[in-house]
Design a protein around this ligand. Structure first.
Ligand code: AMP
Length: 487
């Protein structure tokens, strides 16, 4: 069969389409995930699921909408999440509801509501889904983002804390990301009461040097003083009293055994006395996992897919008005400049009081929530390999109406054998189809033209050498299976 078939005349370039209607835009801080990123999302989801299965976490899905009071009670009224960032509104029945800003509270609600207290403990649950926080968008921070989460409910032993940290650590390292664990204990409520007296005294003595936010924190939520990122507050923070020194015997023992488990598992960690986490429900262990520093090769660029309205300052902090100089780059390089240096990939800890706070029997628990957008960003930024999706091994090409019918059937035969094939059924030109196969670096094309329809055959073309052979239509699947090493 000849391939220099008479071709259609190339079409004249089209005038760009001008609409009189305005296209609705993405909301600020929201983003679309496009097919080009799907391989990363699949790799990350696959790892999250694989680890859940391996460590015995059962899947739970809770709704995106919950009573607003669930989060006010669980996360805490004075926290940034509830006070400033929660999407709350009244529904048509006048009920105050919220888009979930996180899922631990929902998982605990479900644990109580479905009587999981009566199952053999601990109950190990995992989830994956969108969370919503009306925060100021910036690189790596969105208003809708995805979290996976692993919760162990009904276990007060530090081995549960160790397992949660292990799962999170493996999640990143097995995806190829170099990370480190930042660890602290914030003790029990009693430990914190003792500690807060010292902390407040110390900060009061330094009040004049504090940023405005810290002055408010000093009154409203002193533990959050240690969370401040303002340059001027850093020396004060560094020299602040350390909570580990205020832990009572029980909290101290818990923390020491956790460290022993982590040593045994060879999980590297850093004790970080300023890590307190922004949610009220934590007790004892708190931790975050941070990416190891990565030196970008590219110049700073705009955060191309950080979502509309997101602006990155040179330091990585939020800049409200002026974006840094924008230079168009390949998206891969653009990613490199986006992440602030010390951005947490996940956060977690122990929350021994939460089940009781939400109306259940006192039940200790701990968990972790990895942020998925940040994991994907890291994979892309570091150009780490993830499995390709639809790595086609064959291209099904056709010429003529009858051939197209047979090609559709052949494509189905291949699909049933799970042989990934590409096609361009809407195209008539064989040249176009073979060029497409070449572009996608597909090793073999299966071609059906008018002659092949009559002869009930298919041409197998080796795209590298151009060598072709004709095989019986019924035998083509087994013939290509041999060629691509599937037999
Ligand atoms: P948190 O629930 O605040 O402890 O956050 C746990 C993880 O979720 C963080 O370490 C991030 O990876 C991710 N995360 C939290 N907030 C956002 C956000 N606004 N945008 C993107 N990821 C987020």
């Amino acid at each position: 069969m000849a391939f220099n078939h008479p071709m259609k005349k190339p079409e004249a370039p089209k005038e760009p389409y001008k609409s009189t209607k305005k296209t609705p835009q993405l909301l600020r801080g929201m983003r679309d995930t496009l097919p080009k990123d799907d391989k990363y999302w699949r790799a990350v989801y696959g790892k999250a699921q694989e680890l859940a299965d391996a460590y015995g976490f059962g899947r739970i899905d809770t709704p995106i909408l919950e009573e607003a009071s669930l989060f006010t009670r669980a996360v805490g009224r004075q926290t940034d999440i509830v006070e400033k960032e929660m999407y709350v509104f009244e529904d048509k029945d006048g009920e105050k509801i919220s888009l979930r800003p996180e899922a631990t509270a929902s998982v605990v609600r479900a644990y109580i509501q479905h009587g999981m207290l009566n199952l053999p403990q601990p109950v190990k649950l995992w989830y994956w889904g969108p969370m919503f926080r009306h925060d100021r968008p910036q690189a790596g921070r969105f208003r809708q983002f995805t979290q996976a989460g692993y919760e162990i409910i009904g276990d007060d032993s530090p081995v549960a804390d160790a397992q949660v940290i292990l799962v999170a650590y493996k999640f990143y390292t097995e995806l190829g990301l170099p990370v480190n664990v930042q660890l602290n204990s914030i003790g029990t409520a009693e430990d914190r009461t003792r500690y807060k007296v010292e902390l407040v005294n110390y900060y009061r003595a330094n009040r004049s040097k504090l940023c405005d936010n810290c002055k408010v924190r000093l009154v409203k939520n002193p533990m959050r003083l240690l969370d401040c990122k303002e340059e001027g507050c850093q020396p004060i923070k560094e020299n602040a009293p350390r909570i580990l020194e205020f832990l009572a015997e029980e909290s101290r023992k818990h923390f020491m055994s956790l460290l022993e488990y982590l040593d045994e598992l060879s999980i590297p960690y850093f004790l970080n006395h300023t890590l307190v986490r922004g949610l009220d429900y934590y007790t004892k262990t708190v931790f975050e996992i941070w990416p190891e520093p990565f030196t970008p090769k590219a110049e700073p660029v705009a955060p191309v897919d950080a979502g509309p309205g997101a602006v990155l300052s040179v330091s990585g902090a939020v800049a409200d008005e002026t974006p840094i100089v924008i230079k168009e780059k390949e998206p891969k390089e653009a990613e490199e400049a986006k992440m602030p240096a010390q951005v947490a990939l996940c956060g977690g800890g122990r929350y021994d009081l939460l089940v009781e706070e939400l109306g259940g029997r006192p039940t200790p628990a701990c968990g972790v929530a990895p942020g998925i957008e940040r994991a994907v960003q890291q994979l892309r930024m570091r150009q780490l390999a993830v499995p390709e999706i639809n790595k086609h091994e064959l291209f099904v090409a056709q010429l003529g109406e009858l051939a197209k019918r047979k090609a559709l059937v052949l494509f189905e035969m291949l699909r049933l054998e799970k042989i990934p094939a590409a096609e361009a059924f809407s195209k008539g030109s064989l040249k176009f189809q073979l060029e497409a196969a070449n572009e996608k670096k597909i090793p073999y094309a299966l071609i059906i033209g008018q002659k092949e329809v009559i002869d009930k055959t298919v041409i197998i073309r080796d795209m590298d050498s151009g060598i072709q052979e004709t095989v019986d239509f019924q035998k083509v699947v087994s013939a290509v299976k041999r060629k691509i090493g599937r037999e």
